[in-house]
Design a protein. Structure first.
Length: 642
RNA sequence: GCCGGCGUAGCUCAAUUGGAAGAGCAUCGCACUUGUAAUGCGAAGGUUGGGGGUUCGAUUCCCUCCGCCGGCUCCA
């Protein structure tokens, strides 16, 4: 405890001095920072301090509000303690597990024989409101581990005891509020009364420590915000996100369906979805060819022995196996072995490298039933898969090219914001340190030379090599798994791949796996949600719908359709006998980007009336002008914001 | 796979304590020939996810299987 006055500097350049032993709250008040502005915590030189803890040293003083991630996190963490306290009051037998803040909210896990059902959440919320009204102080205490253990043992909190044991610390911290005590590192708000707006969202099962061999706990998810309005907005955004759900929009727009009678996790593409997929695939084939990739095609099933060689059998990769005339076969869960087989079909010399094989490879994986999710997690899917075989010296250029390719493609499809992770060597891995560090360096410098921001996910690489994962931020701010680029030090050795080097001896090539989009299924799911089903013209399954006013205009409409089709525009004529209003409504619901109305006036003047999803509404447009603009829009693959 | 919830017409949803399965949209037929987000009338559509049980009687209660949803875990 300092005995001298504590010197604090402020952001605005001011300085204050407070008496030794002053709390952060007192310092903020002394500094004239209004606590009513929503200070939840304070920071000294960037280090978080709770409001009611005495300052141990001086430095730059700042208030932390909800607007800051650290503020929101403490706020929600406190909310999770409030929820846990409420649960303990209602269910005295509930045993506390863990309850952290997460993105957008918090959860708490409980061990409890009695089932907490969604219907019970309002009751828990009422109790939470009571605890907030009680305005209980959160008191932080440091205890010797043995004492803390005794405390939680006496309360029957066996999970907390286990946590303390595993922490292996001499001293642990606990937070108390009223009758409730929790093992917790903090930081927390100073009082339960500070939690202004919260809502419990759902219940779920979760394994203790995420281990499926351990007991199943009951988890309650909730969220909390600093104002009721912010909470309201969050709930509203959730509802909006639901409207974009590809599982709803996909069947509605007649893109695809996943049907019980066909099988779970297996996608059937309806005509419109098949068009969309074909457009994407054509784009990919064209772009790959342009960048020196060679298109290859491999079978859906391969001998079981191949999967022994690859190691998939040993690691019990979730595959489907069966027999043909007594011989074991597996349905391919990936395309690599076939690409390697093509490479190995003859002796390769270093002059040939790099070799880049690309395949739209359809693979099947036995995903467990509980994890299936629309198009995002399926059992059969088609990867835009490529394998690059090269020398370590060539790897830098290859990675650079793959990165440029991936980002150019993502931008073409309308994504402009990314979160990029570089995963480094995990504990259990194959290959030598030199290769790993070289490869990691190659990935790093390629990201940097392309001006891409990334973060390093330490030790999170796959066992066979370092990798780059790209997440895409969609129109409403959500992140989706996108391209990956990975080194593989495993398969080239397992399959005994080689090339003859300039020294006339055999060398093992470097293998790089990479995708540009990921899989057709998942990417279509992401696109549907990103555009809320209203695709840019180049992707739209139907680009133009022609709406004749009356029967006598159908022939003219068909003529226009033929003209547009001859220019490769995807056109449909609605020749049903309905009112024009209804035809517009239907085309609108199917999110057709352009609607063309033709009646007497248009036939007479050889023009069209154009309406677009994007908001255009224009009468008497010259057909040639419309066609030219449309063709330009399609050819440029523009993403118009709808 | 595990925990919890759910499953009624193609879709969205009704059906009192266990007592005759219903509506809107979509579909089909007829009429209407239409000018920018729903024309009118009519018809058809169901072993209430499958199987079993309790009961005089089951959409309703119980068991089981399948599937979906929210999670755990994993990944394209």
């Amino acid at each position: 405890m300092p005995s001298a006055p504590i010197e604090l500097s402020l952001q605005d350049g001011g300085r204050v001095t407070v008496a030794p032993g002053s709390s952060a709250r007192q310092a903020l008040i002394a500094a004239g920072l209004d606590l009513a502005d929503g200070a939840l915590l304070a920071s000294i030189d960037g280090e978080v301090v709770e409001l009611d803890r005495p300052l141990v040293h001086g430095g730059e003083l700042k208030a932390i509000t909800f607007a800051e991630p650290r503020g929101a996190e403490a706020y929600r963490h406190t909310a999770s303690h409030v929820m846990a306290q409420a649960v303990k009051r209602i269910y005295p037998d509930a045993v506390l597990a863990i309850g952290p803040a997460i993105e957008d909210g918090f959860y708490y896990d409980f061990g409890l024989d009695e089932t907490i059902r969604p219907d019970d959440l309002p009751r828990i919320e009422e109790e939470m409101a009571r605890i907030v009204a009680e305005d209980l102080s959160l008191v932080r205490r440091e205890l010797p581990a043995s004492e803390a253990k005794a405390l939680f043992e006496s309360r029957g909190e066996s999970y907390k005891v286990e946590l303390i044991e595993d922490l292996g610390q001499d001293v642990v911290t606990i937070y108390e509020q009223g009758e409730f005590a929790d093992l917790c590192r903090g930081p927390h708000l100073s009082s339960t009364g500070a939690v202004a707006a919260f809502k419990l969202l759902s219940t779920a099962g979760a394994y203790w420590r995420g281990d499926e061999n351990r007991e199943m706990l009951q988890r309650i998810y909730g969220t909390a915000f600093d104002t009721p309005d912010a909470l309201e907005e969050y709930i509203h955004n959730r509802e909006e996100a639901e409207k974009r759900d590809h599982r709803r929009l996909g069947p509605e727009l007649e893109l695809f369906s996943i049907r019980d009678e066909i099988g779970p996790g297996l996608v059937i593409y309806h005509p419109r979805g098949a068009v969309l997929r074909t457009v994407i695939e054509d784009y990919l084939k064209q772009e790959h060819a342009r960048r020196g990739y060679e298109l290859v095609i491999s079978p859906h099933i391969m001998r079981k022995s191949v999967w022994e060689t690859s190691g998939h059998l040993d690691m019990q990769y979730p595959m489907y196996f069966f027999e043909i005339e007594g011989q074991g076969y597996g349905i391919k869960p990936m395309n690599c072995p076939a690409h390697i087989a093509i490479y190995k079909s003859r002796t390769r010399g270093h002059h040939e490298l790099p070799i880049r094989y690309f395949e739209l490879g359809t693979v099947y994986r036995h995903e467990r039933s509980g994890v299936l999710h629309g198009l995002l997690r399926v059992r059969g899917f088609t990867q835009d898969d490529a394998h690059i075989f090269c020398t370590m010296e060539q790897a830098a250029d290859e990675i650079d090219g793959a990165i440029r390719f991936a980002f150019e493609a993502q931008r073409t499809f309308g994504f402009t914001e990314f979160k990029i992770a570089l995963s480094t060597r995990p504990d259990h891995s194959v290959g030598n340190e030199e290769d790993w560090s070289k490869a990691t360096e190659v990935l790093k410098s390629a990201l940097e030379s392309n001006g891409l921001d990334y973060f390093i996910d330490e030790g999170e690489g796959v066992f066979y090599g370092p990798k780059i994962d790209v997440k895409l931020r969609d129109a409403i701010g959500r992140l989706w798994q996108g391209p990956t680029i990975q080194f593989d030090f495993n398969l080239p050795r397992r399959f005994e791949m080689s090339y003859v080097g300039p020294d006339n001896s055999e060398h093992t090539p470097v293998m790089i796996h990479r995708t540009v989009l990921g899989s057709m299924e998942r990417y279509m799911g992401i696109l549907i949600e990103h555009y809320a089903g209203a695709f840019p013209a180049w992707l739209a399954p139907v680009q133009v719908e022609i709406l004749p006013i009356a029967d006598r205009h159908v022939e003219h409409a068909e003529g226009l359709a033929r003209k547009l089709r001859s220019r490769s525009v995807r056109v449909q004529v609605n020749d049903e006998r309905e009112t024009t209003g209804n035809k517009i409504r239907k085309a609108w619901k199917m999110k057709v980007p352009y609607m063309i109305v033709v009646g007497d006036r248009e036939v007479e003047s050889q023009s069209v009336s154009v309406r677009s999803l994007a908001g255009r509404d224009e009468r008497g447009v010259d057909l040639e002008r419309f066609t030219a603009e449309l063709l330009d829009e399609i050819a440029s693959r523009r993403s118009c914001e709808v």
